[in-house]
Design a protein around this ligand. Structure first.
Ligand code: ASP
Length: 590
């Protein structure tokens, strides 16, 4: 039907006749001449319809989003009318004929970034016509293609694993599907293919990957989707370096293929402890030039208990964050940051404006200057590298809480003041704790998942000091986002049992939930490990989008609904009966 794509028509086609198909992006009637922006997935081209041309009558009737086929002659625009922002900006197409392929009802969207998300998702097929969304979807497609090409070259086989399955161990709530055939029984949708990929290693498949849909029924945060996509990988006969080597090369290759960007080689590495201690986050954004400095030694002697208390206490810290040029922040802004860190458990936030470094304490304006002495200030200034015009924020208290709220502060202030450098900052975070203590249940929970191997070499060594045990897990972080995570797995039944014991998963529970895996572990399971990448997040980073919804063709809203299909929806009494389900009626008024 067409000879070229709209977005491909350029000055090289000057004088040629082209046939284009697409949608009317915009129609302007300049009392005589009619201009049509004709759009397809490749871009927009300007079509001119001259009065008296055979196309004129048809052009007069066109409205936005009518679908048309246009035959036209390409001609150069006068140089003064070149639009350098568009690949088609030096030419225009003089219409010879216009065939109306379909009309369109008036469009319920503005078809700009101004449209609200609810209406965009309700009319997603129109929203996706926009160049920005076309670009995003194609970035994602290129990403998938690049992944497959790379992994194929590395000897990986692509697998599919069940969607109707049983509960998997990622720690979120399951989506459940009632069985019609087996009354009262349910499938769970997979939170990840974790156990199946491990079984494939036990099955001798050696290198597995899958672009896998995962389902987690979690309380939705702005950037979560109930179903999302992972690039899931698993390898046999590897240690950490084996998995990380391939995974890192993969990330570099896809960035090269999709964006033409060369990422660091190798990625920097940081232990979980150092990441928290220095950046206050297990996913540090290394684009910010700021760090947390432990200033405990300088404040230990002070009378001021808010600092000297934590500074003298094991497991606590006093951390300073230097904000370059931050002395310009107003009291109101500082108060807002204080409120902000409160959300992450901070009980206060001290601040020091360095108006004039050379004047010592006298050159400071501060919430705490009166509690400092010269020696303390000199120590703090030297360690943080404070200069005139800077501001220091200081937080104190329990190590993890303090690190974490100061880390959130680092990113927030850094973003507000535009302190991030351009570009990409990948890194590995390693040496995670094996367990975290869960206050609510009063027991340990797996930091990654219960199949992650500990660094401890024997079950006895693991049980000797679980609070300090480190795991063989790792994350890949890019610009402050965790884009992937994985681990070397436990491959011996005794070690698996020890991990379950520490997690308070009794024998009966383990048998019920993961019996098939425990059984498979008995039959010569190879050492293995893997990783899963969040494809939605990677695509969003590549597309420069904040929200993963903008790189998913048909996402759900933040309240887990689909305005387009109106899912989830009620089902008929017959269907419920088939599924052996009776619904608890809710009186809406009550
Ligand atoms: N299944 C894990 C997850 O979804 C990733 C992995 O350990 O490979 O986080």
């Amino acid at each position: 039907m067409r000879s070229h794509l709209c977005g491909e028509v350029n000055e090289k086609l000057d004088g040629r006749t082209v046939t284009l198909c697409g949608w009317v992006d915009r129609r302007r009637d300049l009392g005589g001449l009619i201009f049509i922006g004709l759009r397809d997935h490749a871009g927009i081209v300007q079509v001119v319809v001259e009065p008296g041309s055979a196309a004129f009558d048809a052009a007069e009737d066109l409205r936005n989003e009518y679908c048309v086929r246009v035959t036209a002659v390409v001609r150069m625009r006068p140089e003064s009318q070149w639009n350098k922002a568009m690949s088609t900006g030096k030419i225009e197409c003089v219409a010879e004929s216009i065939e109306l392929l379909n009309t369109s009802a008036p469009i319920p969207l503005l078809m700009t970034d101004e449209d609200g998300e609810e209406v965009r998702l309700r009319y997603r097929y129109l929203d996706l016509r926009r160049p920005r969304m076309q670009r995003n979807m194609r970035i994602r497609a290129r990403l998938n293609q690049s992944i497959r090409r790379f992994l194929d070259g590395e000897g990986f086989s692509e697998f599919e694993t069940p969607i109707l399955t049983r509960a998997t161990p990622e720690g979120a709530r399951d989506y459940l599907v009632p069985s019609r055939v087996h009354a009262g029984q349910f499938f769970a949708l997979p939170q990840s293919p974790q156990l199946f990929k491990q079984l494939l290693m036990m099955a001798g498949m050696d290198r597995y990957y899958q672009i896998a849909r995962c389902f987690r029924d979690e309380d939705l945060r702005a950037d979560r989707q109930p179903e999302f996509t992972q690039l899931d990988m698993e390898l046999s006969f590897v240690d950490e370096t084996g998995v990380q080597g391939v995974a890192e090369a993969l990330v570099r290759q896809v960035f090269e293929d999709v964006l033409g960007v060369a990422l660091a080689d190798p990625f920097p590495r940081m232990s979980w402890h150092d990441a928290l201690d220095t950046y206050g986050s297990d996913k540090p954004d290394l684009r910010y030039p700021m760090r947390l400095e432990s200033i405990d030694e300088h404040v230990r002697q002070l009378e001021f208990r808010v600092f000297s208390g934590p500074a003298n206490e094991d497991g606590q810290r006093v951390a300073a964050l230097r904000v370059p040029g931050g002395a310009t922040l107003s009291r109101k802004q500082i108060d807002e940051y204080t409120k902000f860190v409160g959300r992450y458990g901070a009980r206060g936030l001290a601040w020091i404006k360095v108006n004039e470094l050379d004047a010592g304490i006298g050159g400071l304006q501060s919430s705490v200057a009166k509690f400092l002495d010269d020696a303390a200030w000199q120590g703090i200034a030297a360690q943080t590298g404070a200069a005139s015009g800077d501001l220091l924020f200081i937080g104190a208290g329990e190590w993890l809480v303090t690190s974490t709220f100061m880390g959130h502060l680092l990113v927030r202030v850094g973003r507000d003041l535009g302190l991030a450098r351009d570009g990409w900052a990948p890194l590995w975070v390693t040496d995670f704790p094996m367990f975290e203590w869960d206050e609510d249940s009063g027991r340990y929970a797996a930091m990654h998942h219960p199949f992650t191997a500990p660094q401890a070499e024997s079950p006895e060594a693991l049980k000797a000091d679980p609070a300090r045990a480190l795991s063989r897990g790792y994350d890949v972080v890019l610009n402050g986002a965790e884009i992937g995570g994985g681990s070397i797995r436990i491959h011996r039944p005794e070690m698996q049992q020890a991990a379950f014991d520490l997690l308070g998963i009794g024998e009966e529970e383990a048998r019920l939930k993961f019996g098939f895996l425990l059984e498979a572990l008995k039959y010569g399971c190879p050492p293995h490990g893997g990783i899963a990448f969040g494809l939605d997040r990677i695509a969003a980073l590549m597309a420069g989008e904040e929200s993963i919804r903008d790189v998913i063709a048909f996402p759900k809203t933040t309240t887990a609904q689909c305005p387009l299909t109106d899912a989830p929806s009620a089902i008929t009494a017959e269907q419920l009966q088939d599924l052996h389900i009776s619904v608890i009626a809710r009186n809406k008024e009550a």
